[in-house]
Design a binder for this molecule. Structure first.
Ligand code: SF4
Length: 641
């Protein structure tokens, strides 16, 4: 192309002809790539980059990018373009170079387009992986081949290198270490010891967890990579290492989390609803993206109302399809949605007519917009962005998040205190209004309406009710109902029914023991810390149990029987008689409870199971916020499944 002389450049024109050949081709490449991917090309930014390139006489995109970085006030948009350009050029150059970087010791994660980690398809934009610390040749080759064959993401390749370095250092100190065919069991033992006695650079011992994880990575290489060329010659005596085990560190038993309600109080929801008009964008907002601000505001307000009414996870609401609204044969509205988190697709959720009207209004509005990217047109909330990959999908959670929190900040009437579950005031933190809180609010609303647990479970799309219960703080009415149901199966040691009856009596007159309930007044008063009978509950007249205690009583009988066998050869008769009597007492209670259980119908049994589940979740919760030492917890022993 001839150089245009004395050409009057228009605003959307630029010229590459004066650039050095390599840089000119790189510019052409990135312009084509960005255009293909739907990015906006701004001629002003390109012209500025060209101007700097010509002024500083750089020859490649890489040097142009460095030149920009060295400027006193590098411009963000130009840097973005040249950074994209240098990465794109490096990848293309490598792709057509005919070389395979995976045979070398230094890998460029960005050029090889390794995934960042296994949870994402995102590719690395920087970073190198160095295999040189693995000094044993066959092991280094095996690590490279393993990472290549299994297409490991960058973080796993780095972990593999760290693990193989430990084995490599141990093998180097042994005879025949670099010869895979001549390795012996002693070499395997040396490698095992290296992992077992792993230390940091300053000599401090590594944690058991890290040792275990590093050794597991190495074992996986031996086991899953046995067909790799680099491991063909590996001696069988050494391969046995993959069957060795480093003790898994004991995991601390996690404390049962205290379920506190994350639901948004009704009074706050009313205030949010009254200020819905503030959830909007103005024409000057950079987020308007050239669309009418009313359209954008209508979308934001509809999303909020659906989060509030549908109780789905935020990503599920944002990804609703344009035709999500349906009606059953009896004209009842429902939505069809996908829940990728649980792997369920095409789920149906019944909704109120008012919510259906909100969806219809928005659908009618968005259907009038015709310049939406074809890929995004299927969504109820398509991205209003006009260019780039983002334009091809629905509005992102981040996109909504920004407007949502600005809206919350604009509302001045939000209270500082709200009513707690027992009528006490509790501090209300605005950060509790996060998007996921609407999921909790939906569950709490169902619970407050006395919706049966199995229906709550289904509507929340949970596999087990225990998961739903984590979202709920039960109200007093539901507690009373659950206690009434469970109490019907309460027995004492003689089998005489002795249910506490009322809710207040239940709270006041008993305390949980490992196997049931204790009603001994002084022990109750001391919160279970003053048993006068050395906790031999099976023979105590103050002991109570219901059928939710059956599994723990069974386990206790097994434990006592084992104790008896151990004690038999060494203890005197009076000790054995004591254990025998205790076993007999619990067996008697178990028989009584089994008889009570057999008299129940299937429906009653299901009802009791549900009530027990509810109370178990309640048992760990303080009755009022911040008052852990106040009213007693419900005296129920958690049921073990
Ligand atoms: S032995 Fe009796 S008093 Fe002691 S904890 Fe058990 S039930 Fe209560």
């Amino acid at each position: 192309m001839p150089r245009p002389i004395q050409h009057q450049w228009k605003g959307n024109e630029f010229c590459l002809v004066d650039l050095p050949p390599v840089l000119r081709l790189e510019f052409l490449l990135i312009l084509q790539q960005r255009d293909r991917q739907g990015y906006r090309l701004d001629p002003r930014i390109i012209r500025r980059c060209l101007h700097i390139a010509l002024e500083s006489r750089v020859r490649t995109m890489e040097t142009l990018h460095r030149q920009l970085l060295e400027q006193n006030r590098p411009r963000r948009l130009e840097l973005g373009l040249t950074n994209y350009g240098r990465l794109c050029a490096a990848r293309w150059r490598y792709r057509f170079s005919g070389q395979d970087m995976r045979h070398e010791d230094l890998w460029d994660a960005a050029v090889l387009e390794l995934r960042v980690d296994q949870t994402t398809q995102r590719r690395c934009s920087k970073g190198t992986i160095d295999f040189t610390p693995i000094t044993v040749g066959w092991l280094k080759d095996a690590a490279k081949q393993y990472a290549t064959t299994l297409e490991l993401p960058a973080d796993q390749v780095r972990e593999l290198v760290r693990s193989c370095t430990i084995a490599s250092q141990a093998l180097l100190k042994r005879p025949n270490g670099p010869r895979p065919g001549r390795l012996q069991r002693e070499n395997a033992r040396a490698v095992f010891d290296a992992y077992a006695n792993l230390t940091a650079a300053d000599g401090t011992a590594r944690t058991a967890r890290l040792k275990h994880d590093m050794f597991s990575v190495f074992k996986r290489l031996l086991r899953d990579g046995r067909e790799l060329p680099a491991l063909h010659e590996l001696a069988p005596a050494f391969r046995f290492l993959s069957a060795d085990r480093l003790d898994t560190p004991e995991k601390p038993t996690p404390e049962k989390p205290t379920p506190t309600s994350k639901a948004i109080p009704d009074s706050v929801i009313r205030i949010l609803d009254n200020n819905l008009h503030l959830l909007s964008v103005t024409a000057e907002s950079p987020y308007a993206m050239g669309r009418p601000p009313e359209l954008h505001s209508h979308m934001l307000q509809t999303i909020y109302q659906l989060l509030r009414d549908l109780g789905r996870r935020p990503t599920e609401v944002l990804a609703l399809q344009r035709d999500a609204l349906h009606h059953s044969d009896d004209r009842q509205p429902f939505i069809r949605y996908d829940a990728p988190k649980t792997g369920d697709y095409g789920l149906e959720l019944p909704i109120h007519t008012s919510t259906a009207t909100i969806i219809k209004d928005w659908t009618a509005r968005i259907n009038t917009v015709t310049d939406i990217h074809p890929h995004a047109a299927q969504y109820l909330f398509p991205s209003l962005c006009g260019f780039g990959p983002a334009a091809k999908s629905h509005i992102s959670p981040t996109g909504f998040h920004t407007h949502y929190w600005r809206w919350i900040d604009r509302i001045k009437e939000l209270p500082e205190y709200v009513n707690g579950p027992e009528g006490t005031a509790r501090y209300f933190d605005r950060s509790k209004l996060n998007l996921y809180a609407w999921h909790h609010t939906y569950a709490q609303r169902l619970s407050d309406n006395n919706t049966p647990p199995d229906v709550i479970k289904d509507l929340m799309n949970h596999k087990r009710f225990e998961t739903s219960a984590g979202y709920i703080q039960m109200n007093r009415k539901r507690k009373e109902e659950a206690i009434r149901i469970v109490s019907t199966t309460t027995v004492n040691r003689d089998g005489t029914a002795s249910a506490p009856g009322e809710y207040t009596a239940y709270l006041r007159s008993s305390v949980a023991t490992p196997l049931g309930l204790c009603t001994e007044p002084s022990n109750v008063k001391a919160g279970g810390q003053a048993c006068p009978a050395r906790s031999k509950c099976g023979g105590c007249s103050y002991f109570r149990a219901n059928i939710s205690h059956l599994p723990v009583i069974d386990s206790h009988i097994v434990a006592l029987t084992a104790d008896l066998e151990l004690a038999a050869p060494l203890a005197e008769d009076w000790i054995l008689q004591g254990i025998n009597a205790e076993i007999a007492s619990y067996k008697r209670i178990r028989t009584l409870l089994t008889q009570a259980k057999n008299t129940l119908t299937t429906e009653q049994q299901a009802e009791i199971d549900q009530a027990t589940d509810l109370l178990q979740n309640l048992a760990a919760a303080p009755t009022t916020i911040g008052q852990r030492t106040g009213p007693k917890l419900l005296p129920l022993t958690p049921k073990r499944r």
